[in-house]
Design a protein around this ligand. Structure first.
Ligand SMILES: NC(=O)c1ccc[n+]([C@@H]2O[C@H](COP(=O)([O-])OP(=O)(O)OC[C@H]3O[C@@H](n4cnc5c(N)ncnc54)[C@H](O)[C@@H]3O)[C@@H](O)[C@H]2O)c1
Length: 272
């Protein structure tokens, strides 16, 4: 898919992988990138990109991705001022790690992972990315319907691409019952959208990054990273955000790529 002059939406754009995706897309000629994050740092991140590329390519939006009114507002603004969004990379994500079930050493009672926390992780990591993606598909569908177009045909150019951010944890990871569930859930959403959205000319895929050098992973601490991550990664180092962004841009721009891409630096975790 030709990405030059497209309009993109990237969530989680203030930091880590989302921010690197914005830089990469700007470098490859995307016309406008809606940079979405609840952290106000997103404005400074957009300014930096605009200065680096010497054009107004990045447009910051501060808000919560789980807020559907905010989501509509972002798409409405981009539609009105720039054009129909045709690249969606919903990166915003969180971890709330704890064992699924553990025994309290003092009382001997079991503690089950809190439901409220689980629901919150599902809202942010699973529902929100799916709705940001469906919002793009919906607007492309309406746009084509207005033009009297029905089922997409290969003679038309590809109308849009969604790349969800999975994780190596989607295959299961100790202490990540909620996170792993949401990342595996995205596979089902992508597989379904892949079948449905191509009616409107939209492709859909999932990238599964391994441990990448971002604040999310640095928060685990040097000791944890050394003991539990680096020795199980063939490259012996964390992946850079630029490497993941490059893989995402490849998935967007090469329309022959479908399904899931594992960008895990040779992750081979120890048996439980
Ligand atoms: N870093 C890794 O090793 C790794 C590996 C696999 C997958 N991922 C996934 O990549 C994505 C990005 O992770 P990262 O490591 O760059 O994290 P990060 O913490 O550096 O960045 C995440 C960004 O998302 C924003 N965010 C979180 N919740 C939000 C919400 N509800 N609304 C708006 N913004 C919100 C945060 O403010 C932050 O700027 C996540 O989906 C994560 O699960 C990361």
């Amino acid at each position: 898919m030709e990405i030059k002059n497209r309009i993109a939406v990237v969530t989680g754009a203030a930091s880590g992988i989302g921010r690197a995706v914005c830089e990469n897309l700007a470098d490859h000629g995307v016309k406008t990138i809606g940079m979405v994050d609840m952290n106000e740092e997103v404005t400074a991140a957009a300014d930096t990109i605009n200065r680096t590329f010497n054009k107004k390519v990045a447009v910051p939006f501060t808000g919560n991705t789980t807020d559907s009114e905010f989501r509509s507002k972002v798409y409405d603004t981009l539609d009105r001022e720039h054009g129909t969004v045709s690249i969606c990379v919903p990166c915003a994500g969180i971890t709330r790690d704890a064992l699924a079930v553990k025994i309290d050493k003092e009382t001997g009672k079991s503690i089950i992972y809190p439901e409220e926390k689980f629901r919150f992780v599902i809202e942010v990591n699973l529902l929100a990315p799916i709705y940001w993606a469906m919002e793009m598909v919906a607007r492309i569908a309406e746009d084509r319907a207005r033009k009297g177009l029905r089922q997409w045909r290969p003679e038309e150019r590809v109308q849009g691409t969604v790349i969800f951010i999975g994780s190596v944890s989607s295959q299961g990871n100790k202490g990540q019952i909620s996170y792993a569930t949401t990342k595996a859930g995205l596979e089902g959403a992508a597989a379904t959208l892949t079948k449905e959205a191509i009616y409107h000319g939209v492709r859909c895929g999932v990238i599964h990054p391994g441990y990448t050098d971002t604040p999310m992973v640095r928060a685990l601490g040097e000791e944890f990273i050394k003991k539990n991550i680096l020795q199980y990664t063939q490259l012996g180092r964390l992946i850079t955000t630029e490497e993941i962004a490059d893989a995402i841009r490849f998935m967007i721009s090469n329309s022959a790529v479908s399904g899931e891409l594992w960008a895990d630096a040779g992750w081979h975790p120890a048996p439980a």
